[in-house]
Write a protein that binds this ligand. Sequence first.
Ligand SMILES: Nc1nc2c(c(=O)[nH]1)N[C@H]1C(S)=C(S)[C@@H](COP(=O)(O)OP(=O)(O)OC[C@H]3O[C@@H](n4cnc5c(=O)[nH]c(N)nc54)[C@H](O)[C@@H]3O)O[C@H]1N2
Ligand SMILES: Nc1nc2c(c(=O)[nH]1)N[C@H]1C(S)=C(S)[C@@H](COP(=O)(O)OP(=O)(O)OC[C@H]3O[C@@H](n4cnc5c(=O)[nH]c(N)nc54)[C@H](O)[C@@H]3O)O[C@H]1N2
Ligand code: SF4
Ligand SMILES: [Mo]
Length: 829
Amino acid sequence: MAYHCGLPDAWNRLLAGGMLQAIEVPGMNTEKTRESVPTYCALCVSRCGARAVVQDGRLVSLEADPSHPTGGALCIKGKAAPELVYHPERLLTPLKRTRPKEDPDPGWQAISWDEALDTVAARLLELSRRFGPEVVAFSMASPSTSATSDCSDFIDRLRRAFGSPNQCMSLELCAWGRYFASAFTYGAPVPGYYLPDLEHAGCIVFWGYNPSLARLTHATSTLEALKRGARLIVVDPRCVGLAQRADEWLRVRPGTDAALALAITGVMIERGYYDDDFVREWTNAPLLVRLDNERLLREADLPAGGAQDRYLAWGRDQPSCDSLRSRYWLPWCVSGIVGAFRGGGAGSRGRSCAVPTGISVGPRWLPPLLASGRRSDLRGERCANRTQCRAALEGQACRLLRLERRRAARHTTQTARAIAQLYALTGSFDARGGNVSFPSVRVRDVSGAHLLSEAQRAKALGLSRRPLGPSRWECITASELYTAALESDPYRIRGLVGFGANLLLAHADSERGRRALAALDFYVHADLFMNPTAALADIVLPVASPFETEALAVGFEVSPKARSLVQLRRPVVEPRGESRSDLRIVFDLATRLGLGDDFWGGDIDAAYRYRLEHAGVTLEALRAEPQGVSVALTTEFEKYARPVGSGKPRGFATPSRKVELYSETLLDHGYPPLPEFKEPGMSPRSRPELAQRYPLVLTSAKSLWYCESQHRALPSLRKRAPDPELELHPDVARERSIGDGDWVWLVTPHGRVRARAKLNPKLDPAVVCGQHGWWQACAQIGAPGYDPFAADSANLNLVLRHEPCDPVAGSPPQRAYLCNVERCEGAFS
Ligand SMILES: Nc1nc2c(c(=O)[nH]1)N[C@H]1C(S)=C(S)[C@@H](COP(=O)(O)OP(=O)(O)OC[C@H]3O[C@@H](n4cnc5c(=O)[nH]c(N)nc54)[C@H](O)[C@@H]3O)O[C@H]1N2
Ligand SMILES: Nc1nc2c(c(=O)[nH]1)N[C@H]1C(S)=C(S)[C@@H](COP(=O)(O)OP(=O)(O)OC[C@H]3O[C@@H](n4cnc5c(=O)[nH]c(N)nc54)[C@H](O)[C@@H]3O)O[C@H]1N2
Ligand code: SF4
Ligand SMILES: [Mo]
């Protein structure tokens, strides 16, 4: 079956009409020329340094460039770059819908850029004038899976200048659990703002992270670290990638990572495997908590009065005032501390520390952990059942963490706080070999935060329901977008400006998403290819691939050397058809929307010059040096201990300036202040009534061959991975008469989708692992497409729902859902 965005007929007509012509003849240059252009691959977050081989004006191959700090290797997707650039289905001209959204044939009609941009600007301005700019949401493909990193700051700037606080970019799925959630603990995302110092790490922990396929540069650096003797712990339900080389592979049950992290933390404390100095000096673990309101005890609470930002901790034998750098006794050194201060004592500086009558205080951080260390359900045999993880019980992982303090960690789960706490105990924060905030080249921020007023910011969807969630960063969840479009809650979203983003394949509730997008008054989508989401747009704009466009990369990831490289990526070939860079589209749209003053009059070079003003390198120098220019940077460690103006140490960017193992911020919003484990909302334990029919736990993982919902149409990739796969244990397969490679139905309470069984004896028999993003056909090799909404769909997210979601972030349970697997009989078997 050939599926193209649910609109096969319309699509075929377009192809036949030559609107999406096959490869055009490049520059009629008869002389044979061959050039090797320094560049980098921008197809995913890895951004591998590369050389583009261009023959007669045509990109013929992409090769690794070992002279580039991220150029050690290229993955198969990068090597398929020419297939992507010259793909016959690339969008080559702006298109306009001529039929209603309900019509299966949108009647796409080619239009000029002027007509397209004028229409977009007029429709958006009209919506803004009539209903307010917040009714127009913006969406963007994640910079981890696309070249939107070239322009994401400028897309933010456009949205803010326009006046919308609503950006939908999969933050709740992609970056929340890995980065943002740890900011409650550290004041900044770790990893994220702080990055693993893989060059010096002694022990590396990958917690639900598989860089062998997701971030090639990290995989290469980790392999080098292993060669030099570093230890590796991998926490993953599957033994994939570097897990096969790990000292410890912890086979966690999906969604129970917090139980595992708390169990490990309990063992580390019990055995003294933690950095006592760091925990005492730099975390808020020793601070005392008022038992009446669970808030930290402050100097201002004392009868003698005092400062709101001075906290009390337990001194050698009495409570004392916190001065950010005093070394406190951890409460477990003191027996019977709870309530011990009724009647008070003297502070370390002679200040009276009498606690007001009637207020009891106690250490709050430790007891639950000690309990979790002791409680049989977390440490005993039931923990082994719960997390499938014997190694944690044996303290193996804890011992490694103890032996090798220097470590780098990555985590992807909703349990980021529990993992962050575990990491804090190692004391390797901002230390050589730990997660370090490396210096960056000084560039000006162009994301335009000042352009959006506080009043508009406050209108971000979801902010009132989840004030600490992604909407605080103006990122809305897809669920909130759909609800606003369909139910006008809290107001009706009427417009959408999409830069990539295949919402209907990326997010749960695909069918509801389809209704929501169809209900919009106006939707413009910019992309390289048509996709099932873009198929609901009114106007589609053709975007050039990163190999056809210029972009400024300030710093690469993986090492200080990479961080210091600034590279102006050259277009290695001419853009195909009338396609343009996202950046050009942003600037052209901005000027048409009357926002030219905020966009350097539409001049991209002027914007780059502004950005680079203090960078120590000019735009001209970068144009002359396509391999990039290194700007000298010096890495400093343990910056939190450095004195700032007042002579006091800088501390962390948290309210207490300490690492907040106990979070008052979360407490104040009604969430637990300490990390805790809650059974996932759709698990055999929490939903025993469903577990009868859906006894298996479903998670999902990325494919080595494709980025998210893309690339299935590239022949060299599709040949290697022709079908959607579902990993399952051979016992589970046998019980259901399923053989390796058979088509199976993945069944959830909401329906079924199909995939081919891939048997994996190392997988927990209770777990299956699927792949999302299957819809596209590869006509060149006759590989089918899959209608993402039809009865024989392969779209995993069609049968997943947003609820029960993470209460802080609204993230859906895509990594732990109930399901069953059945043999496909009949047509697909
Ligand atoms: N080849 C390729 N590279 C990519 C992408 C791609 O699609 N393809 N996508 C890019 C993007 S957008 C992102 S966000 C990154 C993602 O990068 P990763 O987060 O590394 O990718 P995943 O494969 O989603 O998840 C990593 C591992 O988590 C495991 N896992 C699943 N459920 C659980 C769980 O409950 N607990 C634990 N501890 N582990 C679990 C999976 O088995 C998997 O091996 O990769 C980027 N790079
Ligand atoms: N069940 C399940 N669902 C998931 C996940 C999962 O693990 N399991 N992972 C989630 C994650 S981590 C993410 S990030 C999302 C990904 O979801 P998206 O961010 O939507 O990413 P893609 O699916 O890669 O789709 C990107 C679209 O952008 C287009 N595109 C690519 N490059 C560019 C470019 O440079 N400019 C423009 N304008 N368009 C471009 C592509 O052609 C494609 O149509 O999916 C999420 N969905
Ligand atoms: S890992 Fe592959 S797709 Fe990603 S940047 Fe490197 S070569 Fe490109
Ligand atoms: Mo992602």
